[in-house]
Design a protein around this ligand. Structure first.
Ligand code: PEP
Ligand code: MN
Length: 371
């Protein structure tokens, strides 16, 4: 299902300075001096649309810096007065919304620990009813696209028109290179489901370390994201939160200068012709893949019926092992990455097991009319 929300084009938003729509500023407002200094440097770049700073900080453990609270809102108001930058902060309950609006904050974002909770998102939505402010909804910490879309819908229903999503990666149990796994397929699916919704990538919270910021930003641009939210601090190593992932305004400038921006589409008729033909070829191959999968599943179901009749367990570990080894070698010889082969065959195997389970447990009719 494709959703049509009543959102306005990002290029018409206050402060828009071209793609990428750039939101930058410290993870947290710490002191008036740090907030003002960082803002002055960022304003000089002439690329930043919105200045961000967290005032109320959701921290994993208590007794860590939890934000300066309302005094930070005054500093943000001063940033706006002095630099002309639009200003933004995170809100996690209705009180935050009222306070932020009182101080003329231009953009509010809902953090990953808040967007997981429909009660809280609804409370925030009620507080926003009838207000014209920019709002971004970060993805929930768990990779659940419906929960993310649900939070966006709640805010849209409150009448917010300048509404967007922020992709900040997803928490996982496994230790990975990045702090949060990007799971790019989720923002891609979000784009498919709500085509007009602006999507911003937050490389800082995906990376967790400044060395990865550029590669993640480049990837987001290549995937046609509308903008970036990158944490910047006048003295990153001394930051009271997220020190390892913050960069100075100068480093941000350098990162931006290395970003390659490609066009989302072309109007060159010759190129369109070539692309059209190649896309038809892709469709033909995709049809083949689907047909092959259908045939493979029919064979698995037949095997399932033999297993049932002969009282054999569905999962035959040795056989699965043999399949994995064989396809990995074959895939490698064709230049296909082990990740691709692994994920495709895992999914196919799971589907075979599901189908054999149905046959085993219910003996329900399969599509050939066999019991
Ligand atoms: C932040 O932007 O500083 C923040 C707390 O983000 P997230 O909700 O993505 O963790
Ligand atoms: Mn942060």
């Amino acid at each position: 299902m494709v959703l049509q929300l009543d959102t306005s084009l990002i290029k018409d938003w206050d402060g828009y300075k071209g793609r990428p729509f750039l939101i930058s500023g410290p993870c947290s407002a710490e002191t008036e001096e740090q907030v003002m200094e960082t803002a002055r440097e960022l304003a000089k770049l002439n690329r930043v649309s919105i200045y961000r700073a967290g005032i109320w900080k959701p921290r994993t453990r208590p007794n860590t810096f939890e934000g300066v609270g309302i005094s930070g809102l005054k500093w943000l108001r001063n940033v706006k007065r002095e630099t002309g930058l639009m200003v933004a902060t995170e809100v996690a309950n209705e009180k935050h919304v009222y306070e932020a609006l009182k101080y003329g904050i231009d953009m509010l974002w809902i953090g990953a620990r808040t967007s997981v909770n429909p009660f809280t998102v609804q409370e925030i939505a009620e507080a926003l009813r009838g207000v014209d402010v920019m709002v971004f909804v970060k993805n929930p910490i768990n990779p659940d696209i419906e929960l993310w879309i649900g939070a966006i819908e709640r805010i849209a229903k409150a009448g917010i028109k300048r509404l967007g999503a922020i992709h900040r990666g997803f928490s996982s149990y496994e230790k990975t290179t990045y702090r949060n796994q990007p799971n790019w397929q989720l923002p891609i699916e979000l784009r498919r489901r709500i085509p007009d919704l602006p999507i911003i990538c937050d490389p800082s919270h995906i990376a967790g370390a400044r060395e990865y910021l550029h590669e993640i930003s480049q990837k987001a641009m290549d995937l046609n994201f509308d903008g970036l939210m990158i944490e910047s601090h006048i003295n990153p190593d001394k930051a009271l939160s997220d020190a390892a992932q913050q960069i100075t305004p100068n480093e941000l400038k350098e990162l931006l200068s290395r970003l390659i921006l490609r066009n989302a589409s072309t109007s060159d008729p010759r190129l369109l012709d070539v692309l059209g033909e190649l896309r038809q070829q892709i469709d033909v191959f995709d049809d083949h893949l689907i047909d092959l999968m259908e045939q493979r599943m029919k064979v698995s179901e037949t095997i399932g019926r033999y297993k049932k009749e002969n009282n054999i367990t569905i999962l035959q570990s040795a056989r699965w092992d043999e399949i994995v080894k064989r396809v990995m070698i074959l895939g490698k010889s064709k230049g296909l990455s082990p990740e691709l082969i692994d994920s495709i065959f895992r999914a196919i195997h799971q589907e075979s097991i599901n189908r054999q389970m149905i046959i085993m447990n219910n003996g329900i009719e399969d599509h050939n009319g066999h019991k």
